[in-house]
Design a binder for this molecule. Structure first.
Ligand code: UT7
Length: 325
C-alpha cells in the first residue's frame, strides 16, 4: 500500500544584516556578556532594520527555500506562516508573503503557537498534503520579536532575535514505513493553564495595544526539558524508531542549557545536536527552520537523514516532528 508523504523539497532562511552583540546590550541594560553566555549560550542576535517587517523576512526565507527546491512560487498552492509578530492584526502575514512571492493562486494563512509555531505549521501542512487537497506547501517561521520586547527588561531583552526560515513540502508517495522520505510523525500538545508563565501583555481584543513579552524564565526552564522528552519519545514510539536511528536533533533554540539537558535526558550525543542559539538568539517560530537551513547548507543534514525537530513555547504549546530528509 502506498501512503502520501510530505517530502521536504527545499529549505532556506534569512537573517537581518545587523548583528547585535552581548557587549552592545550591556551598554543599554544592567547585564554582561559573561552572564548571557553562561546562562543561555547566546553571543549575538540579529535585529531587523526599521523597514524589515516579518513578511519581508518571510518572503526572503521563502525565496531561498524555493531556490533550494528548484521551484518557483507558481508551483506552490499552500502558504502557512507561523508567527507571533505579524505585520498587522490582519491581513495575515502569510497573504503578504504570498503577494510578495507574486502568487495570486492557492491559499495562505497564519498560524500562532509561539515558539512551537513551526512544528504546528509542519503538522498542519502535512495534514493538508496527505488529505490530497493541496500539493506543495511553503511552511514559514518568521519573527521580529525585537518589536515586542521591553528593551529596559534585562530578563527578556537579551534572549531574543529576529529572522525567518522556510521549507517546501511536496506530496509524494511512500511505503508507509519509517524508511520513507518526508514527515513521518507529528506530535502536538498544549496546556493553557500556563498562560502566565510566558505571554505578551497586550493585544487587539484586550488592550488595543501590541504589548511586550513577559516571562517567568526559571519556571519555563523547569517545564521545558520534561515537555521536550515527552513529545520526542512519542514520535519515536509512533514510528517504531529509536534514538539510535536519529541522525540530527534540531530543537527550538531558546537556551543552550535547555538544549543540552534535553539531549542528555533523551540519550542523544551532542555531535548530533544542531545549535544556532549562540548566533541567532531565540527567534521563536523561526528558530527551527533557521537551524535546519544552517545545517543543510553546511552539509550536516543530507537527503535520507532522520531529523527530529521539537519546540516548547507560550501557552504552553509544545510538539515534535520526525522527518526523513
Ligand atoms: O522560547 C520559549 C521558551 N523560553 C525559554 O525556554 C526560556 C527558558 N528560561 C531560560 O532560558 C532561563 O530561565 C533564563 C535565561 C531566562 C534565565 O536564566 P536562569 O538561570 O533561570 O536565571 P534566573 O532567572 O534564575 O536569574 C538568576 C539571576 C537573578 O538575580 P538574583 O535574583 O539571583 O539576584 C536575575 O535577576 O540573574 C539575574 N538576571 C540577570 N543578570 C544579568 C536575570 N537576567 C539577567 C541579565 N543579566 N540579563
Amino acid at each position: 500500500m502506498t501512503n502520501i508523504r510530505s517530502i521536504i523539497r527545499g529549505c532556506g532562511a534569512f537573517l537581518p544584516e545587523r548583528a547585535v552583540t552581548n557587549h552592545e546590550l550591556a551598554r543599554r541594560v544592567d547585564t554582561s556578556h559573561e552572564w548571557i553566555v553562561q546562562r543561555t549560550g547566546i553571543e549575538q542576535r540579529h535585529i531587523a532594520a526599521e523597514h524589515e517587517t516579518t513578511s519581508i523576512l518571510g518572503i526572503k526565507a521563502a525565496e531561498a527555500a524555493l531556490a533550494n527546491a528548484g521551484l518557483t512560487a507558481k508551483d506552490i498552492d499552500l502558504v502557512v506562516c507561523a508567527t507571533s509578530t505579524p505585520d498587522y492584526t490582519f491581513p495575515s502575514t502569510a497573504t503578504l508573503i504570498q503577494t510578495g512571492l507574486g502568487m495570486t493562486h492557492g491559499a495562505a494563512f497564519d498560524l500562532q503557537a509561539v515558539c512551537t509555531g513551526f512544528v504546528y505549521g509542519v503538522a498542519t501542512a502535512d495534514n493538508f498534503l496527505r488529505s490530497g487537497s493541496h500539493r506543495r506547501a511553503l511552511v514559514i517561521g518568521a519573527e521580529t520579536f525585537s518589536r515586542i520586547l521591553d528593551w529596559n527588561d534585562r530578563t527578556t531583552c537579551v534572549l531574543f532575535g529576529d529572522g525567518a526560515g522556510a521549507i517546501v513540502l511536496e506530496a509524494g508517495s511512500g511505503a508507509g514505513t519509517s524508511e520513507d522520505r518526508g514527515v513521518l510523525s507529528t506530535q502536538l500538545r498544549s496546556d493553557g493553564r500556563y498562560r502566565d508563565k510566558l505571554y505578551v501583555d497586550g493585544g487587539p481584543g484586550s488592550t488595543r495595544t501590541t504589548g511586550v513579552l513577559k516571562m517567568e524564565g526559571r519556571e519555563v526552564f523547569r517545564f521545558a526539558v520534561g515537555m521536550v522528552a515527552d513529545v520526542v519519545e512519542a514520535a519515536f514510539a509512533a514510528t517504531g524508531t529509536t534514538v539510535e536511528d536519529l541522525d540530527w536533533f534540531v530543537p527550538h533554540q531558546a537556551n543552550k542549557r535547555i538544549i543540552t539537558a534535553s539531549a542528555e535526558k533523551l540519550g542523544i550525543p551532542l555531535e548530533k545536536v544542531v545549535i544556532t542559539v549562540d548566533r541567532h538568539g531565540n527567534t521563536s517560530a523561526a528558530s527551527i527552520p533557521l537551524a535546519l537551513a544552517t545545517a543543510q547548507a553546511d552539509g550536516r543534514i543530507k537527503q535520507g537523514d532522520l531529523v527530529m525537530i521539537e519546540a516548547i513555547g507560550g501557552g504552553f504549546t509544545w510538539g515534535s516532528a520526525l522527518l526523513r530528509w
